[in-house]
Design a protein around this ligand. Sequence first.
Ligand SMILES: *Cc1c(COP(=O)(O)O)cnc(C)c1O
Length: 642
Amino acid sequence: MTQWLSEKNDNNWTVADSVQLYGPSAWGAGYFSINDQGNACINVTVNEKPITVAITDIVEGMKSRGLDMPCVLRIENLLDERIRLINDSFADAMQRVDYRGFYRGVFPIKVNQQYHVIEEIASFGKRYKHGLEAGSKAELLIALSQLNDFDSLIICNGYKDEEFIELGLYAIAMGYNCFFVIESSEELETILAQSNKLGVDPLIGIRVRLATTVDGHWSGDSGDGSIFGVSTAGILRAVEILKAADKLDCLQLLHCHLGSQIPNIRNVRIGIQETCQYYAGLIAEGAPMGYLDIGGGLAVDYDGSQSNTSHSMNYGISEYCTNVIETVIETLDPLGIEHPHIVSESGRSTVAYSSMLLFNILSVRSKQAYHLPAAIDDEWPEALVNLFEAHQQLSLHNVQETFNDAIYYRDEVRQLFQRGQASLRERAMAEEMTLAILNQIRLLMPKLSRIPQALEDIPKTIASIYYGNFSLFQSLPDVWAIDQVFPIMPIHRLDEFPSTEAIIADLTCDCDGRIDRFILNNEYHETIPLHALRQDEEYYLGVFLVGAYQETLGDLHNLFGDTNVVSVHINGEDSFEFRREFEGDSIADVLSYVEYTPAIMLEQLRKICENAVQKGKITPKIRKSILGAFRQSLQGYTYFER
Ligand SMILES: *Cc1c(COP(=O)(O)O)cnc(C)c1O
C-alpha cells in the first residue's frame, strides 16, 4: 500500500482512491459509499428504489437543530434492512429445500437496549413475527412492553429468580410464546413451583453446553470450559424432573449459543450438527420439542476481508441460513424427525450497521513540521553537529545508517542536557533535526526494495495526533476492552488527497484513549491518512458499524457522558426526517451518577464566593458571574463545545 499511496498527491487523487483506501465497499455491505463530491453516503432502499443520502447533509440538519458533536447517528432504514435480510434469507433457504418448519428471529436486547432501537425492531419486525430475547428481568419488562404480536417469541435466558419466572408465566397466560431457557436443573424446580402456584404451564427450553468450540474472540462461550449451558447429564436430570412432574410436554425448545462473531462457517455447521443430535436425543426421551434455537454468533465483517479472522467472517447471511437449514435436514431427516422451527438470536448482525459515531477534530499535533537551523554554530556540542551533518547527507543509499546515527546523536544530546552540558535550545534543535530525518526517511521508504525492521515503526513515530471530540471509553468501549477494530473514514473531503499520517486520540486524559489500528486498503495499519485541518472549518470523522454492544458497555471515564443520539429515517431522494433526538448527558447528569447533588454543589460554591466577597477578593458582581458560569456549565454538554 505504501507504494500505491506514495505515488498519490493533490493532483492525481480521486474519489476512487478514497474508496480503495478507506474501504466502504469492502466493509459496508452495500450500505455505505462515497459520492462524486467526496462525501460519505448511506445507501438504502425505499419503495424498492435505491436511495443515497450524504452523511454531511444529515450533519447539516443536526447543526441547524442545535445537536452538537459527538453524536451517534442511527439510520432506522438500516435496522429495517437487516431484519428483512435475515428473515428473507431464512425463508429462501427453507423454501429451496421444502423445509417444513418456519423461522422466528428474536433480537437479544442486551446488544442494544436503547428504546428507539427496540421500538423500531418490534414495530418493523412485526411483519416477520420477529421477537425479543431477554437475559434479565429488566429486559423481560422491555420485551413485554414492546412486543404486541403474540406470535412473536420471547426467549428468556440467564438466571431467573421467582419474580422473573412469575412475570414470564403471566406473559404466557396473556398468550405470549414466552420460553424459559434453563441453565440448570435447579432453575427448573423454581419454574415448576411457580407454575403450580399460578396454575400456568411454562414453555421450557434447555441451553445445551456443546463440545464444539468456535474460532474468534468468543471461543470460550462454547466447549467443555464454557460457563454456560447444561451438561448432558444435567439435561437428562431435567428430563427426569419434568417427567416426575408430568410436565415433559412443556419441553419444546433446545437452545445453543456458540459465541458471538463466529468467523468460520464450519464452526456453525459442526455446532448445529451436534445440537441436532441433542434435539433427536430429547425426542427419543419423549419430549415433544418443536423449536431449535441456534443462538447468536452471526458475524459482521468489520474489516471487509471476508476471511475467518476474528474481525471478519468467511460467509454471508444467505450462506449462513443455507448451512443451518441443510445441516438440520442432513442430521434429522435420516432419523425421521419432523423439521423443527428455527429460532435465531442475531444481535450484532442486526444492529451493527445502523449506528455510526460522528465527531469533529479539535486540533492536531503534527510531527511532520519542524524548524531547522540554517548552518552549524561553532558553539554546538559535537553530537549536534554530527546530527546536522547526518541530516544533510541523507540519501536513498544510507537510510538505515542515517537512522541509526540520528537516534544515537539525539540520545547523546539528551544525555548532555541531563548533565547540564547542553541547553534547552540545543536539545530542541537535536529533537527537531531527528524529526526531520525521520520524516525524510519516511518519504524514501516506498523507494526501498526492502524495509529494514528498524525503520518499520517510523510511520507511527511521526504520525500526527488528531484529537477527536469523543471518549473512547464512552462510545467505543470494545476498542479499549477487546481490541475491536471498527472502520473509520472522514465523512467529507474524500475527493482530496489525505496527506497526513495520523493516529486518533480522544478527550480523556488516558493513554488508552487512542485509536491506532485501522483497516485500510484491506490491511491492518497503525496509522490512517487524514486531511490537513482547514482554518474555520470542521473536520468530521465517522466510526462505522458501532450499533452493537457499544452504547451501554460504555462508561463515564473522566465523566464524559452519553453522547447526543439522533435517529434518522430516510424517506426518499434528498428526503430524510429526524425521527428522534436524544440529548446526551449534561454535566449535572453525570455528576449525579456519582452521587453529587448539583444544587448542593452550587450552594457550597455560593458560600465560598460570599466568603471571598467578605475578604475583599472579589466584588459581588464577580460573584454573580462566577455563580452564573457554574450554573450554566452544569446544564452543558460534557464534551468540547465550540
Ligand atoms: C449475546 C447473546 C446473543 C447475541 O449474539 P450476537 O453474536 O450478537 O448475535 C444471542 N444469544 C445469547 C444467549 C447471548 O448471550
